[in-house]
Design a protein around this ligand. Structure first.
Ligand code: CTP
Ligand code: CA
Length: 226
């Protein structure tokens, strides 16, 4: 597909994309965060818009400008992202979880700024966040709704990806190879997209918009005919 001549093959479709890294508050001024840039999620939103979809972008803080035409729902934490995504996807044809959702959050959020006491720092106790993707996959809210996850893996990329796809119960899992400065915070991605049907598609090193187009191709192929 040449860019600029994309088919409007998602016209009449509603999609939800999550993007960015969640921030988990420690106190009113501090949070636990991650290095996700949000660029892959924004590229997915922009590409879906270009292909004619109505797009809801649920975004954690990124500093990026949302693509024109997207319905933007800004959130901060994983718990807020879960609420926004569950609401937005109710009549959606597809949901893509490109966000880097924090696995853990501080068990308690201090009401005031934590101060030095001279007695050394207190440990921060963590609790696990809800798994949004697994919940989306378990409880579909529209016939034929397609659910897509992302995974960044380092070691046994394919085996980890297959296991994660099965565990999450989603239809597609985009597995990025990270480490050595790849993917996180960079402009380019290299990925393999695994299907619950056993299929896989390799996406060569290239811009995040190219990976986004491949993801939408595979989503489109799975959507029920209208
Ligand atoms: N995800 C989610 N909710 C979470 C954690 C992850 O929806 N609490 C989603 C991410 O948006 C991504 C997919 O799940 O689409 C995979 O994220 P990943 O961190 O690779 O999976 P985890 O189950 O958290 O496994 P790991 O222990 O490898 O981090
Ligand atoms: Ca995780």
């Amino acid at each position: 597909l040449r860019r600029g001549s994309l088919p409007a093959d998602l016209a009449g479709r509603r999609v939800v994309v999550s993007a960015g890294g969640t921030r988990e508050a420690i106190d009113p001024v501090r949070y636990l965060g991650n290095r996700s840039s949000g660029r892959q999620g924004y590229a997915l939103a922009a590409t879906a818009l270009a292909r004619g979809a109505r797009v809801t972008l649920v975004t954690a803080a990124t500093g990026l400008t949302a693509p024109a035409g997207a319905d933007v729902l800004p959130v901060e934490s994983a718990v807020q992202m879960r609420e926004a995504v569950l609401e937005a996807r109710r009549d959606a044809d597809a949901v893509v979880m490109a966000a880097a959702v924090a696995d853990f959050r501080p068990a308690e959020q201090a009401p005031g700024k934590i101060k030095k006491t001279g007695a050394g720092p207190k440990p921060i106790e963590l609790v696990e966040n809800p798994d949004i993707l697994a919940e989306l996959a378990r409880e579909r809210t529209a016939a034929g709704q397609v659910v897509v996850g992302f995974a960044a893996e380092t070691d046994d990329v394919l085996a980890n990806g297959r296991a994660k796809l099965a565990r999450k119960g989603c239809d597609l899992l985009v597995v990025n190879q990270v480490g050595d400065g790849r993917a996180f915070g960079t402009e380019d991605n290299q990925a393999v997209i695994l299907g619950a049907d056993g299929g896989s598609a390799e996406v060569p090193h290239g811009p995040k918009s190219a990976l986004a187009d491949r993801v939408w191709d595979l989503v489109r192929d799975r959507l029920p005919r209208v």
